[in-house]
Design a protein around this ligand. Structure first.
Ligand SMILES: Cc1cc2nc3c(=O)[nH]c(=O)nc-3n(C[C@H](O)[C@H](O)[C@H](O)COP(=O)(O)OP(=O)(O)OC[C@H]3O[C@@H](n4cnc5c(N)ncnc54)[C@H](O)[C@@H]3O)c2cc1C
Length: 134
């Protein structure tokens, strides 16, 4: 397919997705209205699927959504929130040596951040590529 053809196909897909969302919204609205229900609030929420450029500041370490750990393509974030929370906590507890000292930013970066990126960096990279080609 030509580049222009690809662009047209992509635009058509986007328009179709938007149209489907609108139709879904209208359908839900009528189903609720028919059942005697009333929609009191419609909400949307941004999905943080880009790792924050800075995930540790001083002795504050970001995990889960705050760190931007939702995977592209699948939108999965619960596992990564739990896992990163546990990894950060375990690293910090170890660095504190039974509560005898406080960890530094460099130490948290060299443990929790390094280990997390090593374990899940490839997963994010592959899903990023998948998102771009899909
Ligand atoms: C519509 C939608 C569908 C999703 N579907 C899936 C799915 O199918 N599978 C999946 O794996 N993930 C899914 N996710 C993503 C998943 O919900 C999140 O990645 C995950 O919940 C992140 O966990 P978290 O603990 O980092 O953040 P959160 O679950 O957002 O927890 C943060 C908590 O901190 C509280 N808080 C915020 N500010 C303050 C403050 N100042 N003081 C005290 N408390 C505060 C908030 O109220 C909240 O309870 C979905 C997300 C959305 C929006």
């Amino acid at each position: 397919m030509s580049v222009a053809g690809e662009r047209r196909a992509k635009r058509a897909t986007t328009e179709l997705t938007e149209l489907t969302s609108i139709i879904n919204y209208i359908l839900i609205y009528f189903i609720f209205a028919f059942a005697g229900g009333k929609i009191i609030r419609v909400e949307a929420h941004p999905i943080p699927e880009h790792a924050r450029p800075r995930r540790v500041q001083g002795r504050i370490a970001l995990v889960g959504d705050a760190a931007g750990y939702v995977t592209k393509c699948s939108g999965e974030g619960i596992y990564f929130a739990a896992k990163s929370g546990r990894m950060a906590a375990q690293a910090i507890v170890k660095l504190m040596k039974n509560g005898s000292r406080l960890p530094t930013q460099e130490e948290i970066e060299a443990t929790y951040i390094k280990d997390y990126d090593k374990a899940y960096g490839p997963t994010y990279a592959v899903l990023d590529i998948l998102q771009k080609v899909s």
